[in-house]
Design a protein around this ligand. Sequence first.
Ligand code: KG4
Ligand code: ZN
Length: 351
Amino acid sequence: MDKKITILGIETSCDETAMSVSTCLKTDNYFEFEILSDVVASQIDLHKKWGGVFPELASRAHLEAMIPVLSEALEPIAGLAGFEKNIGAIAVTREPGLIGSLLMGIETAGFLGNYYKKPIVDVNHLEGHIYSAFCAKNQNSQNENLKLTIPTKGIFPILSLVVSGGHTSLILMKSHLEYETVGQTIDDAAGEAFDKVARIMGLGYPGGPIIEKEAQNGDEKVYDLPRGLEYSGDFNFSFSGLKTSVLYKTKDVKTQKEKKYDKKDMAASFQKAVCDILIKKTLAAAKKYNPKTVILCGGVSANGYLRERFRLELRKTATRPSVLIPPKNLSTDNAVGIAIAGTIRFLQTQK
Ligand code: KG4
Ligand code: ZN
């Protein structure tokens, strides 16, 4: 039987306060979504001078942004006045993330849920990144709401490479929201490596977009950098050796003086080293698990060089899986993916 629901998604796990209202019609074969709002208040400027996210400041900034973001997200349903009538459930990022930041979203969801008597659906932050990738297809004109169709079956197994500031994981999904982690970083996350290397090179925060820009005019063959766990035979990652190698090539460790090196070439060589290993491990996992769909998502998937190479190399594989990558604005933290994942979880539990 067809089911229709409108859900409010809330994401506050790190340094973005994000909310989205989405409707979904579930038929036997499809989830048909329409994204009514997608609001993100970023704290990047606040954390710039620390070279990374300052947890206590992040929680306070979430608190300040909460009401304005909520008001804007609810505009398509006539604000709080339309909440009771229109919203069927509230999806919120429960974990993982900074505890103070997570609590801001969880408390907000809890209050709204209590007041309006609406169920709360817990979403894992990584599920949000994965489901953001379904927004890759069916992009329509700028002025219309984004509409997307997610099949209920026939797209599995899905292999997802989630690469963000906090995670580097290969996740294998057998059916909607039923999954296992088949590989992950044993130290730094890929985005964290971008941020730390940018800091070592004095480039600013967040490191990913800045390194990508520097790398555009650099020669990726100039510096020989390590690819962690390249021959480990598993699907795990390691980026701390790569980061340390950049440190030794750019600074005299004893005197802390900067060595002579080319920033653009270093950025390009580093970016290639990260992307080489991300792609190599994804290809190896794809060979083992034969996915019908491969997803690249999370903040680092905003990287143009990675997007292009990932798509190209995955398409060359024997089984030719379909490759989904979110649009760049939905690669980084957002509530659209949280609303989508929350809706699917909610509808699956409603028999
Ligand atoms: O997914 P996200 O917004 O937050 C977390 O869940 O961590 O990811 C943020 C990370 C940061 O480390 C940032 O440097 C990285 O994504 N990032 C990029 C790019 N844009 C953002 N890394 C490489 N290239 C980019 N263009
Ligand atoms: Zn994230």
